[in-house]
Design a protein around this ligand. Structure first.
Ligand code: ZN
Length: 185
């Protein structure tokens, strides 16, 4: 397994909708394993393929030990009145914002063995599923912020992004804990 570079805001790959996986191959399983390793090294709770420069419709999630490989995930249903909570993104380090999302979701996806499953979730896991599926459609959490808050976030990012030449974030395991924030996905 290897730790992959994370693409940050400004890389066009983050805005490109992904392509469905046709077959779950060993190569795809390797990608899933590398994405899990990268997510853990970066101390995130979710990671989607475009964040590592890939175009497959694949994401990984681990919220409080609930671990999912999401291959071709779809939202089956979304319920409840929208709730506001803080989100961050491994591709927009150090920027956080409150996002309104419906609290209960059911998703359908394939696992690493190509078997279809459904999962229902609420709270942080439900939020994380929605955040990752958004990534696979080229959408980012900052898109949900009010114009004023989005402008403030982007102004802060203008300075932050200087630390990521070429829109590349090298995941350095030795600085674990430095930026730890439990809502980065
Ligand atoms: Zn994200």
């Amino acid at each position: 397994m290897s730790i992959l570079d994370i693409r940050v805001l400004g890389d066009p790959v983050l805005r490109k909708p992904t392509k469905p996986v046709i077959e779950v191959t060993d190569e795809l399983r390797r990608l899933v394993a590398d994405m899990f390793e990268t997510m853990y090294a970066a101390e995130g709770i979710g990671l989607a393929a475009p964040q590592v420069g890939r175009s497959e419709r694949v994401a990984v999630v681990d919220v409080e030990g609930k671990k999912y490989a999401l291959i071709n995930p779809q939202l089956v249903s979304r319920n409840g009145a929208p709730e506001k909570a803080e989100e961050g993104c491994l591709s927009i380090p150090d920027i956080y914002g409150d996002v309104d999302r419906q609290p209960e979701v059911t998703i359908r996806a394939l696992d690493e063995n190509g078997n279809q499953y459904e999962a229902s979730a609420n709270e942080l896991l439900g939020r994380c599923f929605q955040h990752e599926i958004d990534h696979l459609d080229g959408k980012l959490f900052i898109d949900y912020l009010s114009p004023l808050k989005r402008r403030a976030a982007l102004a802060k990012w203008e300075k932050e992004k200087e630390g990521y030449p070429g829109n590349i974030r090298k995941v350095r395991t030795e600085v674990k804990g430095e930026h730890h924030h439990e809502t980065e996905m």
